[in-house]
Design a protein around this ligand. Structure first.
Ligand code: ADP
Length: 891
């Protein structure tokens, strides 16, 4: 746990497998996250193991005899070793170190062999024993090779670790040539790898490192054995200037590589500076506690002492109290005493100082202080936070020194800004500036923008009316006279001036925003006029165009018979055309906002509002029908359409809408409905009697009279069809009045389908009706009505597929519902008509020419299915045929 040290300890570990492992424990200097680097690698030499207790090594001792055999074996081993060395040389070409290592190992082996020889005289050994020692030697050889590789790896690894350490680090060889340096080093000392690596340390950075103190330390470390030398030295670098650096030097031993010198560098310039300041304060304190207090109390800078991890104010001087608006802060936590500091970072910095003990110095830091509650003021402070540390090294609190430099900073900032603004304004700004001197307003200074207004005409040195004769009679000379004589500033907005753009060009009307201001001499007399302004011709023209187009829109809107309105993006109505006022008899004030509700029929209001809100929310256009109250107290039906004008982004900028009076149309429709309803009623009775008489006729005609019987049958068929038609028309009117009755029974659904198909087939000579799917279910519903639906769908399928020879009906159960699909290969329905075919009287236009019908079958069917809690829809492709599908719940 010793910081600032690197030491290497080796140990040997032997496991059951007779593997010897060396362990190195390397504490890493100055790191926060990593303390030790632990390296495991194969043990160096067999010889090292010999000293260990025999039982644990697993190495068998050699015995006497067989010396020749040993000799021979050893020579053979040497040969093998030489061979191995060669191999190794091939493999690790660039590893000189490895080669040297091998060489020395070889020597060691040779001396080992001598030892073995002498041992041999005393010890008897068997062939197996030599064999086993031979194996050991081979192992050693292999391990030597392995170790070399490990060594290289661990070396690289160490370098990597050094590279990421937080402190600047350099390693040197014994001649003080830089072997490596980490990133922090390059950053701190603003140098590059190129300028540093393989260079003489003292020559780096313009000899900035050539410091007698450092030289001494580096010489000393080479004499010292495994020691660490630390020194605080002052350097002067050409780039980063004078720095105080704590240098921590140690030798790093690494087996197989020359010793390296590791330099850990800690730049403590700021710390020392701050400490010196503190020292001065502290000396003062020791001299006279009371006078220090007085001094601090009255010191021109802000000073406070905060205790503990929560920064509780213990002391604050007058300046400090003044600065924060004389609030009562003593014994309060900083954040409670000055709540406006939350989020400004100061408390976090205090935390850091308290935790790490490192001082913090900030210059011209912006801060916001509420001297008066609710009135935050921006200011700038230079701060110096120092940790107060107990003798035990634990932090006790934080000293705050600060200087209010607001005036300095803001004064300087304003000056900087002004200088920039003035030069910008004068030379580059699109604003024009000029000065005129004397009672005749002679041009003195003109900026390029001003000059550009008049092309190449010469202005400077000429009175205004002489330089720009077209101004005569436009009144500007009088305005200038007034400013010159009275000192009153003139400001003009969108003032038209007739000016020629250049010599010889025709004058044109242009617009300007400008001011005339008096220029005063030191004696307070007016010497001239400063003109400042910019041209707004384009804007004025743009505005005019816009106004014109708005006027044109209004004219157009008033000319149409429709009621036109516009609203802003949020849906607030901002324009209504003439027709609105005429129709409602109300003013814009009465109609805008919630006034709208007063003209919409109460029954239509919630629907109307829901649609409108939805559109404003989504930006989608809308269309609806509703009734508007006219000034005569009656409601009339209107068809309303609203369209949002959108930007590319999809955002609506304005809503435009129109309401078309469709009341007459609606009324006609109603009249038609009524007529149909009455007519069908009237026809029903005579038709019933015709049917009765036909039956009587059938009975009274001689059965032998074939033609008569046939005619009667045909007449009966026609009467039947008429009855169905009238029935349907009556159904429509019943549906409209909500009077279509249902008789609910339980019946077998499949049977109903079978019967219907059988009947239908009789009257469809050209189509085969195919049945697919069967269900055996009893359902509750109005059997006749459902049958009516099936008949409708099947007869449509047959009618609209004149060229086909079959239609099909499929029945199945899906998710607890009966599903019936009627399919044909007929003319199909275009997609845009698919939804409307269920509307009353709706017929696809193209079909209506070719096929007869009233457009009510599907309308009635839809109603019946809905009343059974089911759904009815169609899928179709023009030319490919259609499928009509309905479902009803089984329950
Ligand atoms: P009608 O058949 O008497 O016109 P319906 O209400 O039964 O009235 O059908 C409405 C319209 O839907 C028809 O006019 C026709 O245009 C279209 N339509 C209905 N069924 C089919 C079908 N199977 N194939 C093509 N078009 C169909």
């Amino acid at each position: 746990k010793t910081t600032n040290q690197i030491f290497i300890k080796e140990g040997i570990l032997i496991d059951h497998g007779k593997k010897m492992i060396a362990i190195e424990v390397i504490p890493l200097p100055h790191t926060i996250d990593v303390y030790y680097l632990i390296v495991f690698r194969p043990a160096r030499l067999l010889m090292n193991v010999v000293d260990l207790p025999a039982g644990e090594t697993g190495v068998l001792p050699l015995t006497n005899g067989v010396r020749d055999a040993a000799d021979q074996r050893i020579r053979q081993l040497e040969k093998e070793l030489a061979q191995a060395r060669e191999d190794m040389y091939d493999i690790t070409e660039d590893q000189e170190v490895a080669n040297e290592e091998l060489q020395s190992a070889n020597e060691e082996l040779l001396s080992g062999s001598e030892e073995l020889q002498s041992l041999n005289e005393e010890l008897e050994t068997s062939k197996e024993e030599i064999q086993s020692s031979n194996e050991e030697l081979t192992t050693v050889n292999q391990e030597l090779y392995d170790r070399n590789q490990e060594l290289n790896q661990s070396h690289g690894f160490t370098e990597k670790i050094i590279a990421v350490l937080h402190e600047p680090l350099v390693t040197l060889d014994k001649n003080f040539i830089v072997k490596s340096a980490n990133l922090v080093f390059y950053k701190t000392f603003q140098s590059t790898e190129e300028d540093t690596l393989h260079k003489y340390l003292f020559a780096l950075q313009g000899n900035g490192w050539d410091n007698p103190g450092l030289r001494k330390v580096l010489v000393d470390i080479q004499k010292a054995n495994d020691q660490i030398i630390e020194a605080e030295l002052d350097f002067i670098f050409p780039v980063i200037g004078k720095r105080t650096i704590c240098v921590n030097v140690q030798t790093v031993h690494s087996v197989g590589v020359d010793d390296l010198i590791l330099l850990a560098l800690n730049d403590i310039t700021e710390r020392r500076k701050a400490e010196r300041i503190l020292e001065v304060e502290a000396t003062g304190a020791r001299r006279d506690q009371q006078s220090l207090r007085t001094y601090l109390m009255e010191a021109p800078s802000l000073f406070a002492i905060l205790k503990g991890p929560e920064h509780i104010y213990e002391f604050a001087n007058l300046q400090y109290l003044e600065f924060i608006g004389r609030r009562d802060i003593i014994d309060k936590k900083m954040i409670d005493a000055l709540p406006e500091l939350a989020g400004q970072g100061f408390v976090e910095i205090m935390d850091q100082v308290y935790k790490t003990g490192k001082p913090f110095i900030g210059r011209e830091m912006p801060a916001v202080v509420e001297r008066i509650k609710g009135k935050p003021e921006a200011c700038f402070v230079n701060v110096n936070f120092q940790a107060i540390v107990e003798e035990t090294g634990k932090a006790k609190g934080v000293l705050v020194f600060a200087h209010d430099v607001t005036e300095l900073v803001s004064g300087r900032k304003i000056l900087e800004q002004n200088a920039e603004m003035i030069s910008n304004l004068y030379m580059n700004a699109p604003a024009f500036i000029c000065t005129m001197e004397g009672p005749k307003h002679t041009y003195n200074l003109v900026n390029p923008t001003y000059q550009k207004l008049f092309g190449s005409r010469v202005l400077v040195g000429k009175p205004i009316l002489e330089a720009l004769p077209e101004l005569v009679g436009q009144g500007f000379d009088l305005l200038l006279d007034n400013v010159y004589n009275t000192g009153e500033t003139f400001v003009g907005v969108e003032i038209p001036i007739i000016l020629a753009r250049d010599e010889g060009l025709l004058p044109e009307e242009r617009y300007f925003n400008f001011s005339y201001q008096p220029i005063y001499q030191p004696d307070k007399k007016i010497s001239g006029v400063l003109v400042f302004g910019y041209e707004v011709t384009e804007q004025v023209r743009g505005k005019r165009l816009q106004e014109e187009s708005a006027a044109r829109f209004r004219l157009l809107a008033d000319a149409t018979p429709n009621k036109i309105w516009t609203a802003d993006a949020l849906g607030a109505v901002n324009y209504l055309n003439k027709q609105w006022y005429e129709y409602t008899g109300k003013s814009f004030e009465e109609l805008k906002g919630s006034g709208w509700e007063s003209v919409v029929h109460p029954d239509d209001w919630s629907f109307n509002r829901a649609i409108w809100r939805q559109s404003v929310l989504t930006g989608k256009d809308f269309e609806l029908e509703h009734r508007f109250l006219s000034h005569d107290g009656t409601y009339r039906w209107h068809l309303s359409r609203g369209v949002g004008r959108k930007l590319d982004s999809g955002e609506v900028t304005v809503w435009i809408g129109a309401h078309t009076d469709i009341d007459d149309q609606k009324r006609k429709e109603r009249q038609k409905d009524e007529f149909i309803s009455i007519a069908s009623h009237e026809m029903k009775t005579p038709l019933t009697s015709v049917k009765g008489y036909l039956q009587l006729l059938e009975l009274s005609v001689d059965t032998e009279n074939a033609p008569a019987t046939l005619y009667i049958k045909k007449a009966a068929l026609g009467v039947n069809r008429l009855q169905v038609l009238i029935g349907e028309l009556l159904d429509v009117s019943k549906i409209q009045h909500g009077k279509l009755d249902y008789t609910l029974t339980h019946f077998n659904f499949q049977e109903m389908i079978d019967d219907t198909v059988e009947d239908m087939q009789l009257s469809a000579p050209n189509h085969a009706i195919l049945k697919t799917g069967r269900i055996d279910l009893t359902i509750r519903g109005d059997k006749d009505r459902l049958q009516q639906v099936v008949i409708n769908l099947l007869s449509n399928a047959i009618k609209y597929s004149p060229l086909a020879t079959e239609v099909s009906i499929d029945v199945k159960e899906v998710n607890g519902e009966v599903q019936v699909s009627v399919k044909d290969a007929g003319i199909g329905i275009p997609a845009q008509n698919l939804k409307k075919i269920f509307d009353k009287y709706y017929r696809v236009e193209d079909h209506a020419i070719q096929f007869q019908g009233l457009g009510i079958g599907l309308f009635i069917s839809y109603e019946i299915i809905q009343r059974h809690q089911g759904r009815l829809w169609a899928e179709s492709q023009p030319g490919q045929g259609s499928v009509f599908i309905f479902t009803i719940p089984v329950q």
